[in-house]
Design a protein around this ligand. Structure first.
Ligand code: ZN
Length: 219
């Protein structure tokens, strides 16, 4: 159902009503809201949310977000990626805005290796395929096991350019045995990232939000 957007006066009135609520009642209300509505409400009632963050431990606030996710997005059972709060995670799941250019795009996708949502154009411009690296940046191929791939483009894996450059810079700053250890550790980390990403691709697939090929998981 299409809803009319609120006027500034209505918004101010609604905001002030929420500001009169005691934090425990506010929490009760939040616990029954859709993630999308929860995000909107907390944006509007920023002052109350900030106060709530002071009086409530962050675990309570995280619990509200998690409860909302599990209740209304039952196929999103994986917890947020390491280093990401429930709030940031839900925002990444529901917002269609590209994290790189800021434009809204219905075709935007989440790239879990770098934890960003990107539109088609930022993905195309920001990534390079393994085949392109082979022809134009062969030194990156020497450390390819140290770079997580983000998706499949054509018949080849694709990698974020900034990640390739950062890893190469790090690798080139090392000498001799240091390089050997670095490659060993980075390869291990990359395998862990790739395994985590594969789980999230499966969940994306179950949610039918993304149109990548299921076959690509083991390539
Ligand atoms: Zn973009």
């Amino acid at each position: 159902m299409k809803t009319r957007s609120m006027t500034r006066q209505e918004l101010r009135l609604r905001r002030s009503k929420f500001l009169c609520l005691p934090p425990e009642i506010f929490i009760q209300i939040c616990a029954h809201l859709l993630p999308k509505d929860l995000a909107s409400l907390l944006r509007v009632c920023k002052q109350l949310y900030n106060e709530l963050s002071i009086v409530e431990p962050s675990s309570t606030i995280q619990k509200i977000w998690k409860q909302s996710r599990l209740r209304f997005m039952p196929l999103r059972i994986l917890d947020p990626p390491k280093g990401m709060s429930e709030q940031e995670y839900i925002k990444l799941l529901i917002e269609k805005k590209c994290s790189l250019c800021g434009k809204k795009s219905r075709k935007s996708k989440i790239y879990w290796d770098v934890k960003v949502r990107a539109c088609e154009s930022c993905y195309e411009g920001g990534t390079v395929t393994g085949i392109e690296l082979f022809y134009f940046n062969y030194s990156a191929c020497e450390i390819i096991t140290c770079i997580p791939f983000t998706n499949i483009r054509g018949d080849s894996k694709s990698y974020w350019r900034f990640l390739v450059e950062a890893k190469l810079k790090e690798y080139k700053s090392l000498r001799g045995i240091e390089r050997y250890h670095w490659v060993y550790e980075q390869t291990k980390q990359t395998e862990e990232i790739q395994s985590e990403v594969t789980k999230r691709w499966r969940e994306d697939y179950s949610n039918s939000k993304n149109d990548f090929k299921y076959d690509s998981f083991n390539i």
